[in-house]
Ligand binder design. Sequence first.
Ligand code: BG6
Length: 483
Amino acid sequence: DTRQQALFIIFGGTGDLAKRKLYPSLFELYEKGFLKENFAVIGTARRPWTDEYFQEVVRKSVTVEGTSKEDADEFAQHFYYQSHNVNDTEHYVTLQKLAQRLDEKYSIGGNRLFYLAMSPRFFGTIAEHLKSQKIVTDNGYNRLIIEKPFGHDLPSARELNDSIGRYFAEDSVFRIDHYLGKEMIQNIAAVRFGNNLFRALWNNRYIDNIQITLSEALGVEERAGYYETAGALRDMVQNHILQIVSLLTMNMPASFTESDIRREKIYALKALQVYTPEQVEENFVRAQYAGTSGLKGYRQEEQIADDSKTETFVAGKLFVESENFSGVPIYIRTGKRLAKKTTRIDIVFKDVPKNIFGPEKLGKNILTIIVEPEGEIYLQMNVKKIGQNFGLQVQKLDLLQSENDDSPVPEAYEKLILDALRGDATNFTHWEEVAYSWKFVDAIRTAWDKKEGPLVEYTSGSMGPHEADDLLAHDGHKWVFSA
Ligand code: BG6
């Protein structure tokens, strides 16, 4: 039976993430039959909402064109609201009673998912109270799903982890990195380990360099307050980009299971070369977006300091010093207000050792995995130009185009929530992955924090400052993707 029985308790139930991602994802799972009678959701937050109002919010957040009103109504009836101050023990007593009542009403059997969609500074106290006030059950599973940021450096992440770890074992902690729920990110393993062709070439003997681009067209929008304390390095590199790096460079796991996959990912992240301040200077670039006629520059945005040194763009070169990847430069870049929203990976293969067709240079073999806006995979190859003479031309072999596939792509959150319901943590970040990622990122942050003076600026709508191009040009390379 694929049907799940669970009580969700969502801390931060009135928040943006809950409305934009969690409720719609739960609704999809409901529509697909994974959740049916035996589930309930308690939303908690400080605001004094009623169940009726909460249900109205839920109905609105799941309703799009074509949504059945009846289904949305039925679904929303499983939602309950409790106004909650996370520091007030009394409130957990009430929460415990409500949870117990719903568990019985919906015959849930003690399975609980605690979703912490709020500031991490409350994670420890929530975990403690869940335990002390017996909101964790002993007749079902108890899983904690947590959202980033997981600390702002290694020491704070460790502290946070310890504060949770006192009450929840590692195997019941599900750290969300929503990139791991994206269809094309999950495709990396399929392409790498399902095809002998790529398996054979996936190493420093054949790969020249790897390029990872996570570019966004939007600015900081409403999240300026948070972003100002994070910056692109912590916001996108520490988690999403390093996760992609680990998936691209990990060794083949012994089996396609949670523990074996995570073991190899941890190993890949452990092998990241941690830079000295001089190496940071050489290998990493940071910048901020400048204003244009229509758009504000980063330092002119609301809630941002006039002299802010928070980077909205990062580009860098890094190395995974493992047997198969040692020596392969991995170029990464991410930023706000860039030319377009795209997430892509370009694997650039080495030139053929001898070009018998010369003197013209051959095109490169490049495997491109486009994650967004549409899932696509291309392989760039050299083929003969049609005609009397013998000449070569570069063509793209189109390996997969989600447009041509009718199956709807599930939203990342929907996949991840179902995984958590099933107890499969493969696509969640293990603590050791978090720790090695911070170790790498902290070395960069520390070097940057010591530097005086304003940051380099880049034009909104560009692909970042020229320094990001120089980084590759210096090695005789260039970005495969340019806007
Ligand atoms: C989040 C970052 O983790 O990822 C945001 O905090 C960013 O700043 C977002 O906009 C990008 O996610 P996606 O799925 O739109 O590529």
